[in-house]
Design a protein around this ligand. Structure first.
Ligand SMILES: Cc1cc2nc3c(=O)[nH]c(=O)nc-3n(C[C@H](O)[C@H](O)[C@H](O)COP(=O)(O)OP(=O)(O)OC[C@H]3O[C@@H](n4cnc5c(N)ncnc54)[C@H](O)[C@@H]3O)c2cc1C
Length: 395
């Protein structure tokens, strides 16, 4: 029997678990500081009020029970990993392991050169912050309905700092939802404004120019004001200041300007990049420790010298590879170096509209792209739900 610990129950951790659980000679322990799996890719719909909490959270106890008796879940926070002794220290206990998979994901990067970013912004990197935003926002709308005055000339202005995938999706979904509110609650009662701000030359930096141009067009059609080349210097309670002296006022600000590896990674002495991600070897081992693997957002993942973006897809592909590598290792078989290709990606752009690129050349737009994106989420969620239902019955 081999003891395997998986630290982090995100997209990577769960995918690795599903693979490894089929091996009955493995005793697998899944660890997460939260009792739920957070479907971050759906956060844009949750904060805009389109999805509910049950659409973005999955109970880990039930999920794990649905997998088999060789799997268990511990809700605890990982603190330290001893590479030599192969012991993981949690806040409340220690666990010895034969193999470990580090899959703790990322946290928001509140760059130290942006004053006030942490204090005055809302976020979506964890459910608590997304929930707090949604509550505050709904309260403001409710007060408006009660005909209480908004603090400034009747506008409701949302600023989004960071125009990467998450910032763009949030801006589009909020704009779409707010347009619906305008129609139903009357334009006079609520005048809505959304600003999307990024320091890069374009929105969605690093993505294909087709995706960038089409997305920009859609955002403009939704009435979103886009600021690029905009270096945020300071955020105060109701205003954002750029380096060039521009000041933009807001009622709410959502910060999606960057990520860095989760805090747990700080405790590990190994080579890291400038956003604190682990730089593993080409087998995704923690360098020098062949029994410890690293996957997902907490890792800088390269395939054939090319950096892969920190997405759910990269997390799942690296997880699948690592699970297979562990199975091979226990059978004294060799395994190839990590290689993966991104199948494609979709950007949800408000309502039933999305845009996507498949296999680097097939372009999809509009309702079809929305249906495909929805299908991917449905399939992912359905797979988890089957296990949750089976586990729920056992409890
Ligand atoms: C708004 C938004 C939209 C996105 N949209 C897309 C999209 O459309 N497509 C896409 O592919 N990607 C998207 N992403 C990115 C995607 O969500 C991440 O790349 C993905 O979640 C990474 O998976 P992971 O398993 O590495 O980490 P995570 O999913 O973040 O999971 C990490 C887990 O580790 C746990 N953890 C952390 N520290 C500890 C600790 N010390 N002890 C115990 N547990 C710990 C956390 O609680 C968490 O459950 C989006 C992200 C956001 C925020």
């Amino acid at each position: 029997m081999k003891d395997i610990v998986i630290i982090g129950a995100g997209y990577g951790g769960l995918r690795a678990l599903e693979y490894l659980a089929k091996e009955k000679n493995f005793k697998i322990t899944l660890i997460d500081k939260n009792p739920y799996h957070y479907m971050q890719t759906e956060a844009y719909g949750y904060i805009a009020g389109r999805f509910d909490i049950s659409d973005i959270a999955i109970d880990l106890n039930s999920f794990v029970k649905g997998l088999g008796d060789n799997v268990s879940f511990i809700k605890d926070k990982a603190i330290k990993i001893d590479k030599e002794k192969q012991i993981l220290t949690l806040q409340n206990q220690t666990i010895a392991f034969d193999y470990a998979i580090i899959a703790v994901g990322a946290q928001t990067n509140f760059f130290s050169f942006i004053k006030g970013a942490k204090e005055y912004t809302h976020g979506v990197k964890n459910i608590q912050r997304a929930f707090e935003f949604r509550q505050a926002f709904e309260k403001r709308l409710y007060l408006k309905l009660e005909e209480k005055k908004l603090h400034r000339n009747g506008d409701l202005h949302i600023a989004i700092a960071g125009a990467g995938l998450s910032g763009v999706e949030i801006a589009a979904e909020m704009a779409h939802t707010l347009k619906k509110y305008e129609k139903i609650l009357s334009k006079e009662s609520i005048t809505l404004k959304i600003s999307l701000i990024d320091a890069a030359k374009t929105i969605l930096p690093g993505m294909d120019s087709y995706i960038i141009n089409k997305t920009e067009q859609r955002l403009k059609n939704l009435g979103i004001q886009i600021y690029t080349n905009a270096f945020i210097q300071e955020i105060k309670e109701r205003s954002i200041y750029f380096k060039d002296g521009t000041k933009v006022d807001f009622d709410f600000i959502i910060y999606t300007a960057g990520i860095k590896a989760a805090k747990f990674i700080q405790e590990i002495q190994t080579e890291k990049n400038n956003i604190e991600q682990i730089i593993p070897d080409e087998y995704l081992h923690l360098q020098g420790s062949e029994n410890i693997f690293c996957i997902g957002d907490c890792t800088q993942i390269k395939s054939q010298e090319k950096l892969l973006p920190p997405t759910a897809q990269t997390a799942e592909k690296s997880a699948q590879y690592v699970a297979k590598a562990i199975i091979a290792k226990t059978k004294n078989k060799s395994y190839p170096i990590f290689k993966a290709k991104i199948d494609g990606y979709f950007v949800a752009l408000g309502g039933n509209y999305a845009i996507g690129m498949l296999y680097e050349k097939i372009k999809v737009e509009g309702y079809l792209a929305y249906l495909l994106k929805k299908l991917i989420t449905r399939v992912y969620r359905h797979g988890l739900e089957i296990k949750v239902n089976a586990g729920y019955k056992k409890r």
